[in-house]
Design a protein around this ligand. Structure first.
Ligand code: F6R
Length: 297
């Protein structure tokens, strides 16, 4: 769920095309019916105490699935110890679960690779890490606004409601991450939709109203389907009269992993700069923590 579950979305986006079996991300209390003893279940919860994740872990164990859990501790670690199922301990010294994406995604990639479901990701991971180091320099806090794409994007979204669009494939996980980082860091509404599906419904609702309070950010990349470029232009033209600004944001790299993580890094920085512009503290999430406390009573 949330900042832990996003690792599943990201890994699915990056590896679905390569993996010979479906990668399904479950965000709820129940596993799908097809999930049985032949299935590999990876239960991710930074705290280890998220009730939905703990419930799915238990169900996977009871159904005889191969289960691997990852957490910094909590009930998930305790259940894994008592059931003698593999558990990976995530370092607990990050400020918030959503800051542990690198750990949780790496663990998931490692488990898929170790299970023989994807090839050795070592080279691609190393290349992605180098590219992210360079990107962090370009969009980090020391880089002035006029040369900093993330600060520029923050200025665009800070007083509007962002609609994060991308095409089905490698960047889907990035679109979900942009939406959730804007929600949690900048404390603002944000939504995500996927092309081409949004051309079959969402544009109808946007084209004929005053949509000036929204801004659509389209996450683009070199691996997108050739028809997507035509769709983006046609969509932009059709919604133009509503006042909706449709702005392209380009991810870098030639592999799905680089694409998804370059877009994520850009969005993560942009969401924090948006928080600064909106005068809110990006780290604490009192509303969602309050909800957890309320349900625990
Ligand atoms: C992100 C955040 C939430 C949690 C989510 C699940 O920083 O605080 O989105 O990630 O509520 O909790 P965990 O990650 O502990 O399983």
């Amino acid at each position: 769920m949330g900042g832990s579950g996003i690792a599943g979305d990201v890994v699915r986006s990056a590896f679905a095309a390569e993996c010979p079996v479906p990668i399904s991300v479950t965000k709820g209390y129940r596993l799908p019916g097809w999930c049985r003893s032949h299935s590999l279940v990876i239960a991710l919860s930074f705290s280890g105490d998220t009730e939905e994740t703990v419930a799915c872990y238990k169900e996977a164990f009871e159904r005889g699935c191969t289960v691997v859990a990852a957490s910094a501790g909590g009930r998930l670690a305790a259940a894994a110890a008592s059931n003698r199922t593999p558990h990976v301990t995530v370092p607990g010294d990050v400020s918030m679960p959503r800051a542990a994406l690198g750990y949780l995604a790496s663990i998931t990639i490692g488990v898929l690779s170790g299970s023989g479901l994807i090839g050795d990701p070592g080279e691609s991971v190393a290349k992605t890490a180098d590219a992210l180091d360079a990107l962090a320099d370009r969009v980090g806090p020391d880089q002035p606004t006029h040369e900093n794409e993330a600060k520029g994007l923050a200025a665009v979204v800070a007083d509007r409601i962002p609609l994060v669009w991308t095409s089905e494939g490698p960047a889907e996980g990035a679109a979900i991450r942009w939406k959730t980082q804007l929600n949690e860091n900048a404390k603002m509404p944000a939504f995500h939709s996927i092309l081409p599906e949004l051309d079959h419904n969402e544009i109808e609702g946007l084209a004929t109203v005053d949509a000036g309070q929204f801004v659509a950010l389209v996450l683009r990349h070199a691996l997108e389907h050739p028809r997507v470029a035509a769709r983006v232009e046609a969509t932009r033209a059709l919604v133009a009269r509503s006042g909706l600004e449709v702005r392209d944001v380009w991810g870098a790299g030639a592999t799905a992993l680089e694409v998804v993580f370059s877009l994520i890094m850009l969005g993560d920085f942009a969401s924090v700069y948006t928080a600064v512009l909106r005068g809110v503290d990006p780290t604490p999430v009192p509303v969602l923590m309050g909800l957890k406390e309320r349900l625990a009573r």
